[in-house]
Design a protein around this ligand. Structure first.
Ligand code: 5GP
Ligand code: ZN
Length: 113
């Protein structure tokens, strides 16, 4: 999608620091990290939010969670990590392209804000 920040990052039009990539998924370091490791994981097709996941596109979500496990192994996250999706206005979503935050390398309090 032309005006989408994360579509531009996937296309390499906006630079990012790649953490992982395959045919379905691109993962990169968040520009404003909320933990010592903060990776943003996105599908390589434009899906607006978690509210738009369907039987037709949910393979991308499965691939994102496969990527989570691979990144956890790659980055040595034996102590654990958190995966977060912000959806819509009340969920705090600021970029309208489905993405999951992988946060790690510090203790993460619960409940979140
Ligand atoms: P949201 O608030 O929608 O759940 O998450 C969007 C995330 O994208 C935020 O954590 C924000 O820091 C990150 N972000 C926004 N713009 C850029 C950018 O240009 N590059 C990178 N690497 N991350 C970005
Ligand atoms: Zn997009």
């Amino acid at each position: 999608m032309e005006d989408c920040l994360f579509c531009k990052i996937i296309a390499g039009k906006i630079p990012s620091t790649k953490v992982y990539e395959d045919d379905y998924v691109y993962a990169f370091n968040d520009i404003d990290p909320q933990a010592p490791l903060h990776v943003v994981i996105v599908p390589k097709i434009h899906i607006k939010s978690a509210a738009e996941i369907t039987a037709e596109n949910s393979v991308y979500v499965a691939k994102i969670f496969e990527a989570v496990a691979k990144i956890a192994a790659q980055e040595g996250l034996e102590k654990g990590f958190r995966v977060v999706n912000n959806c819509g206005e009340d969920g705090g979503q600021t970029v309208g392209h489905l993405h999951y935050h992988l946060l790690a390398k510090r203790f993460l309090a619960w409940p979140p804000g």
